[in-house]
Design a protein around this ligand. Structure first.
Ligand code: ADP
Length: 468
């Protein structure tokens, strides 16, 4: 059965309460024991007036009392102070009846700093007064008088029981209230945390807890909120990945549909009309061939991209002079650029720039960027390639002053199947995978490929590769 925290607290307080009562009784017992001990050790109890009393006051030995800090006075029936040893409590030699009576009343008073032991000797007709300065007073006594009226005892017991019951009730009520208040300090934050957890379980990943506390619960709250935001982040990422995957499948099927439909259509035509003539036949076969090449290229690139995403993917890097490699690659580009009527500028330093490079794959990046520049830009476009070193990185800026990529696509252009032209069966025949593959290759070299926002016309790509 679920046990409420308030009940638990109440039980605890009752136990504490019982312990308090037990310890109070113990304290009383100890006090009475202590007062007994004290009565044996205090000088006033060692030398009471009775211990030195003599019928003839002249024979009274006052020395022990005076040596122990006390004083002795004898007052005869004429109220004359006939003996005064130690501190004089009267400071006169002759008293009158009222003064003496006043002294007797005062001496019984508990607030006096002295303890007076006064005995009257009827034979000698004098009062013997032994005075000690009071040291400590322990006044607790529970006296049962056997001579009291019979009914009084029962009434006293009833009153005592009543007091105890009222005391217990008041303590119980206070314990309940206190238990409730302290329990609330725990149950309220717990409830809020429970609510937050429930919301999270039900899929509300934006759920957060605000306890406005400054204790251990605040730590729990922070941990909970941190956990919730991590989950929220993960879920967002997962949703995005899911969305990307869905879009990828859609794009693949869409991009494969056109060439496949074309191949199928022309192949059927050839089968159904074998006598269409050599010219048309060659034309159809050419279209079939082109479309199969296109489908094949798409599948090859897709395969390559997914291979790069697999954990087993690795590249074979070796120490390479990037200046040398880039000069060679740019040299290979020259005929194509010239043929397309493009202009070019290469700024590659003579000095060696050493990096760890998988040459074949790296050349894929350059060919891809060059291929795109050629594919998407008109005659007369200037392509420029520059190599520099910045912050322990080799930096290759691959720019053209062509049509450029719209700013709203700058972030997504490296995602598979993202194209600026949107006409999927464009004459350019692009798959939309080239830049994705190129970036993955750069990242596999612990570098990156980005599209820079330079404000200049055209595309400004930057490849970075760490120096050795
Ligand atoms: P594709 O196979 O379509 O070329 P990419 O991933 O290589 O795929 O390029 C994605 C898109 O980026 C292209 O379809 C094109 O619209 C745009 N693009 C890439 N490079 C350039 C460039 N140099 N000039 C203009 N547009 C470009």
């Amino acid at each position: 059965m679920k046990k409420k925290i308030a009940h638990q607290f109440f039980t605890n307080y009752l136990v504490v309460f019982a312990l308090v009562i037990i310890s109070t009784f113990l304290a009383f017992a100890l006090l009475s024991f202590a007062s007994k001990l004290a009565s044996n050790v205090f000088a006033k109890n060692k030398y009471p007036a009775s211990s030195i009393m003599k019928d003839d006051y002249k024979q009274i030995d006052t020395s022990q009392v005076v040596q122990n800090g006390g004083s002795v006075q004898v007052v005869d029936r004429e109220y004359r102070v006939v003996v005064s040893e130690g501190k004089d409590v009267f400071s006169k030699k002759q008293l009158n009846a009222s003064e003496f009576t006043e002294f007797l009343v005062w001496s019984k008073h508990k607030s006096t700093p002295f303890n007076h032991d006064i005995i009257y000797n009827p034979k000698g007709e004098f009062w013997l007064i032994v005075t000690f300065p009071a040291s400590i007073r322990i006044d607790f006594s529970f006296i049962m008088n056997t001579d009291a009226a019979e009914g009084d005892f029962g009434k006293a017991v009833l009153i005592l029981i009543g007091v105890v019951i009222v005391y217990l009730l008041v303590m119980a009520v206070l314990s309940i209230i206190y238990a409730k208040i302290t329990a609330l300090q725990i149950t309220v934050p717990l409830r809020k945390l429970c609510d937050g957890t429930r919301l999270l379980r039900e899929g509300d990943y934006s759920a957060r807890v605000d306890l406005r506390l400054d204790n251990e619960f605040a730590e729990l709250q922070d941990t909970f909120n941190d956990m919730a935001s991590r989950i929220e982040h993960e879920i967002t990422l997962r949703k995005k990945a899911e969305e990307d995957r869905r879009r990828l499948i859609l794009d693949i099927s869409h991009d494969l549909k056109n060439p496949m439909a074309s191949i199928q259509g022309y192949a059927e035509l050839l089968c159904q009309k074998p006598d269409i003539g050599e010219q048309a036949c060659r034309e159809y076969l050419k279209i079939i061939h082109q479309n199969s090449l296109r489908a094949n290229r798409l599948l090859t690139e897709l395969f390559e991209l997914s291979r790069m995403d697999s954990p087993e993917f690795s590249i074979k890097k070796e120490k390479t002079d990037l200046s040398e490699t880039l000069r060679q690659l740019c040299g290979e580009l020259v005929p194509q650029l010239e043929q397309a009527g493009f202009k070019y500028e290469f700024d590659i330093p003579e000095k060696s720039v050493f990096v760890m490079l998988d040459k074949d794959r790296f050349s894929r990046i350059i060919h891809n960027l060059a291929g795109n520049a050629l594919k998407y830009n008109p005659e007369g476009t200037i392509v420029s390639v520059a190599l520099s070193v910045m912050d322990r990185q080799a930096v290759i800026d691959f720019d053209d002053d062509g049509i450029g990529i719209p700013a709203h696509l700058a972030q997504d252009i490296f995602k598979p199947f993202v194209r600026a032209d949107y006409s999927r069966n464009s004459e350019t025949g692009g798959s939309g995978l080239g830049l994705s593959i190129a970036r993955k290759i750069a990242q596999a070299h612990s570098g990156d490929l980005i599209l820079r926002e330079t404000g200049k016309k055209g595309c400004n790509f930057r490849i970075t590769i760490p120096l050795i």
